[in-house]
Design a protein around this ligand. Sequence first.
Ligand code: FAD
Length: 350
Amino acid sequence: MKEYDVVIAGSGPSGAAAAKGLVNGRLSVLVLEKKKLPRYKICSGIIFRKSQDITGKYFGEIPKSAYVTPELLKGVRFWSDSDSYKDYPFTKDGSGAPNVWRSEYDYWLVRNSGAEIKDSSALIDFSDTGDYVLLKVHDVLNDEVIDIRCKYLISAEGGKSVIRAKLDPEFEKGLKWFVAYQNYYEGSSSLDPDFYHGFLEPQYGEVYAWFSVKNGMQVFGTAVAKGKKIKPYLLRFTELLEKKFDLKRGRLVRRSGCLGNNMCPEGKFYLGKNNILLVGEAAGFLNAFGEGISCALSTGLFAAEAISEGIKSNNKALELYTELTKRERRETTASWRLGARLAGRDLMPV
Ligand SMILES: Cc1cc2nc3c(=O)[nH]c(=O)nc-3n(C[C@H](O)[C@H](O)[C@H](O)COP(=O)(O)OP(=O)(O)OC[C@H]3O[C@@H](n4cnc5c(N)ncnc54)[C@H](O)[C@@H]3O)c2cc1C
């Protein structure tokens, strides 16, 4: 059976940052990714200032291959109705924020971590003996289950986490879920492509509705509570884009969706148990309006620091991780309060 100091489930930014920190601390690390890499991730792909800083410091310059056009976005344009908007620049100096494909950015991050990577491999079960964690991993290509052993396990699985659900089924039962949906069309519109556009009127989405341009594609979507019909919101939003902003839809290139939950706005973080830590969205780190790369990167690095220290100091990793993430937790919850003030309403009504 293969054995590692740390196994990380998930190769998004939180998993990649945890891997980078742990490899820097000279630990043996395996990253498991259930999908084939590079994998598609539903996202607007905007690298905010804090994400840029962490990326630059730990991974270097984002490769040109990850960028789409327009390469830099000036800011967010929030529409309070179809005629009125306010701009929020991404940077003070006007330089803007990188506009990337997540498949390329994420794959570059995780390859740059120096950890061993096993894609098409889903963590499906685990047991914690106290001394080590035994993992059951589904090798999707060969359709077989393999056993792996590690001292520490990190869940970097995103909003839906097998690990969190097994560690605390009661916590999981209490979660409320949202569905996000995003379309990619060839076409054109009169909306300024140098901005990311947010539409705050609740008729277009219970959280909000968004629009941006990526390599000429018109990318737009919305989100509502799970169980509600999303189609009427999407139809109203599409109609608004067509009537007010001259959206012309050509070929539908991609349609995608995902689930998110109410951990973030309610400050219900789940940081782990014993030698198992959760990072990024799996732990509840996601800022208002869906900005989550910065806190995924920072919490991944905090978990790496906590484990590197924990290995030296009597397995106090979770305690240290809880301490290290204090500010990030405060900032995440504050961002949702600020977002609600800006939108004039609760952004995740459940
Ligand atoms: C529509 C939309 C737009 C967004 N736009 C932005 C934006 O512009 N900027 C921004 O900063 N944030 C944005 N976000 C948020 C951002 O995408 C997430 O917060 C961020 O990706 C979280 O990173 P993560 O590493 O925690 O998880 P993820 O990036 O979700 O990565 C989790 C990975 O784990 C894998 N995985 C899951 N379970 C297992 C398992 N059991 N075994 C193995 N692998 C597993 C998944 O396949 C996935 O690759 C957006 C989100 C949405 C939904």
